[in-house]
Design a protein around this ligand. Structure first.
Ligand SMILES: *Cc1c(COP(=O)(O)O)cnc(C)c1O
Length: 381
């Protein structure tokens, strides 16, 4: 089955008791048993829930994976993966990634004795140089947030395999429609379904997809033992969002391409970070592992001062000033003070998250209206 069909049907059958075509929201905490330990596979809703099961199966199918596990948020999914590690273990992670992941690694897990190395993964040999007998995991994001740099998943997987390292790819920006990391050699895919998978800015949710049975058992044990599970209503919302992922992504990509070119040709814009440009340093790799280039981009104005950026950020009307991304509506964001404020200024600026950087999540509104909105805001700069 192809992705568009899987997104609509995988994991979901008409409800056995009524024929309801949509998986019901099983808002229940427990399940009645016929006799002690005789039940239908459902004992207690932290461990199993039918709405969650339908979602997990659909999520797994979306990444061509055997297994899916869903969590109360993207960071809860990341947290579950970190619980595979023990004090003394080392992780090699991307130096340009989601601020909340960096915060979880450095503020929660580093004090517990896990060691993190942050490197530029656009050059995979940076990873090889750090591998030692304590290295257990490599964590990457591509395209990265917010600088849209690209790491070569196949090349990184080729480094991880012989060293027995778990390669995790945060595929939130690309979505399964644009990129399937497991098919490229990754061991685990993680998503913040809060973004494109849910797609309507109405739910916080995270997930993990993988093929390895043993790793799945460990992660399921962590999921039920630590309990960061999503509620059934949230699972229902993500299931509903997934059904239109392919249609939304086509529109995000089309609008993204038009807007990236518009901005690049605008006299007040200095730089546009978008992997679809042939002169983007990761363009060839992006082309080899992604089906299109998406609707996320970052810009720096010619006047790269914080003041100019603030004027732009407060002058748009259709692009709402907010954290998050991947919803049907367009958002504008200031990484340095919003999504990436948890990263120290010196660390941030080293990788290019400067005060003048502005991130756009291009929605699926009419592109002419979006351009008019940006034009009016740029005129105020
Ligand atoms: C939002 C985000 C996360 C965290 O997910 P939450 O659902 O907010 O917990 C992780 N990675 C990326 C790339 C994100 O954009």
């Amino acid at each position: 089955m192809k992705l568009a069909t899987k997104l609509i049907h995988a994991g979901q059958a008409p409800d056995p008791s009524t024929g309801a075509i949509m998986t019901p929201i099983y808002q229940t905490s427990t399940y009645v048993q016929e006799a002690p330990a005789t039940h239908k596979g459902y004992e207690y809703a932290r461990s199993q829930n039918p709405t969650r099961k339908a979602l997990e199966d659909c999520l797994a199918a979306s990444e061509n994976a055997q297994h899916g596990l869903s969590f109360g948020s993207g960071v809860a999914a990341t947290d579950a993966l970190m619980k595979l590690l023990r004090p003394g273990d080392e992780v090699i992670a991307a130096d340009d990634m989601y601020g909340g992941t960096y915060r979880l690694f450095t503020k929660i897990y580093e004090p517990m004795g896990i060691r993190f190395h942050f490197v530029n993964m656009a050059n995979p040999s940076n990873i090889s140089a750090l591998i030692n007998e304590n290295t257990k995991m490599v964590w990457t994001e591509t395209p990265t947030n917010p600088l849209m740099s690209i790491s070569d998943i196949r090349a990184i997987a080729a480094i991880c395999k012989p060293a027995n390292l778990i390669l995790v790819v945060d595929n939130t920006f690309a979505t399964p429609w644009l990129q399937n990391p497991l098919d490229l050699g990754a061991d685990v895919v993680m998503h913040s379904a809060t973004k494109y998978l849910g797609g309507h800015s109405d739910v916080i949710h995270g997930c993990i997809m993988l093929n390895n049975d043993e790793l799945r058992e460990k992660l399921y044990f962590i999921q039920k033992s630590c309990g960061a599970v999503p509620g059934p209503m949230d699972c229902f919302l993500v299931l509903r969002g997934l059904k239109t992922l392919h249609v939304r992504m086509k529109a995000h990509c089309e609008n993204g391409k038009t807007i990236a070119h518009y901005l690049r040709n605008h006299p007040k814009v200095g730089k546009v970070y978008w992997p679809g440009f042939t002169d983007h340093p990761g363009h060839e790799t992006a082309k080899s592992q992604m089906r299109d280039f998406g609707g996320m981009m970052s810009i720096i104005l010619k006047d790269d001062s914080l003041d100019a950026a603030k004027r732009m950020l407060t002058s748009t009307h259709l692009f709402s000033l907010a954290e998050s991304l991947g919803g049907v509506e367009s958002l504008i964001n200031h990484p340095a003070s919003m999504t990436h404020a948890s990263i120290p200024k010196a660390e941030r600026e080293k990788v290019g998250v400067v005060d003048g950087l502005i991130r756009l999540s291009v929605g699926i509104e009419d592109v002419d209206d979006l351009i008019a909105d940006l034009e009016a805001a740029l005129n105020k700069v």
